[in-house]
Design a binder for this molecule. Sequence first.
Ligand code: ZN
Length: 501
Amino acid sequence: MKEKIKYLRQLAGEVSDLDHTAAVLGWDQQVNMPENGAEARSMQLATLAGLAHGKFVGEDMGKALEDLKPFLKDLDQDSDEYCLVTRMSEEYEKQKKVPTAFVAEFSRVTTMAQQAWEKAKSKSDFSKFQPHLEKIIELRREYAGFFAPYDHVYDPLLDDFEPGMKTDDVRKVFEEIKPQQVALLQEIVDKGPVIDDSLLYLHYDEDKQWEFGVDVIKKFGFDFTSGRQDRSVHPFTTEFGHGDVRITTHFDTEFLGMALFGTMHEAGHAMYEQGVSKSLSRTMLHHGASLAVHESQSRMWENLVGRSMPFWKAFYPRLQELFPENLGNVDLNQFYKAVNKVEPSLIRIFADEMTYNLHIMLRFDLELAMMEGELEAADLPEAWNNKMQEYLGITPPNDAKGVLQDVHWSGGMIGYFTTYALGNLIASMLWEKILEDIPDLQSNFEKADFSPLLTWLRENVHQHGSKYKPMELVKKVTGQALTPEPYMRYLRSKFGEIYGL
Ligand code: ZN
């Protein structure tokens, strides 16, 4: 069996090398590449995607997996080997249904679409993006078709990001949480007065913002000997193999919140990747369990840590020192309220914790409608604006601040947004468990000591990579199935205090 495992790992390693090579090119595309490089890059990425897919679903892989199945009954179900064979077999069966030519075509179409989206967004002109989106929706329907029969056409898409999750599960959770969030938001809006956060929208020197962000994430535990930070228009995290995790940050010299929380967010993703056990290297398990679990990590560091009072007790004096002209006369409490202001707003990535999930539910509704064929790409801007009015009571002044704000659809990532909201729920479930295990957790934050938190996450979540399916992992760690209750308790307690409800 040892020989057979070794052979499987060799095959998995070759696929992983191709994927990581593509990741380097994808990173370069967003960080360094000149505009005119798009076409050549789209071909290179398509070639690599095709090669990786072809190798993964090849006969050698199929046979290697088949040969190992008889040994599964002798293996410990928590062992790397058991998880590798079972998870890879599932993925193999799934990917085998998708023709390699489709994978390459999808990669080519989405690389070009991302470039078109950037232009469309900068000119706030949806018509420049519309034909690309039409093609993407067509390809996504075709993709879902490979997995027919399904309960819902959205199921196969969701499963790529959240293995095992069904459209109906998401719908139920969203239906449970939506009225509670809307009611709490209304309570806050009724209560008034509005918090003044204008201090965040002053001029903040970019180099000093960079310095502060690096200082924070170093204290969090982001390892710069196994990672680096660069700038990009749309912040993201990517991984090139064990020991090389990249994050990017977008700076706005007129808005402190952008890079400040963006950096913490991406570092949360990156520390998850940096914490995966080395024994899973060069396999598909050497990644976070799913996007929702990933988002639970990024949003935990960004919000539960980075927007908490204990955190700012430690870091606010340093921020004041860097920006005395803006913050010298602003006290800690005022600053804390500013970074936790609740207000319905246009842009998802700047949304506060209270309204954030409403942005996601809006996208979920629109994605379902597009996939079901109820909504045409041409009608999307209008549908978007109507939903914004319905959910948040505001209407975008233009498409750049509306339907064109996110990169995801241009990358073909329909089904992805849902995981952000699920990530919020999982973060709170984990948080309650962490506080049970480490009751004085937050008093460490006041001393800028995050090691008890990171150690707990490493041990319970990070090291496992994707050995377990996301909901299996959540159950294993918290003892519970997915529930929105901890998240609602968190919102009520935190914002109840800030707004005096
Ligand atoms: Zn994220």
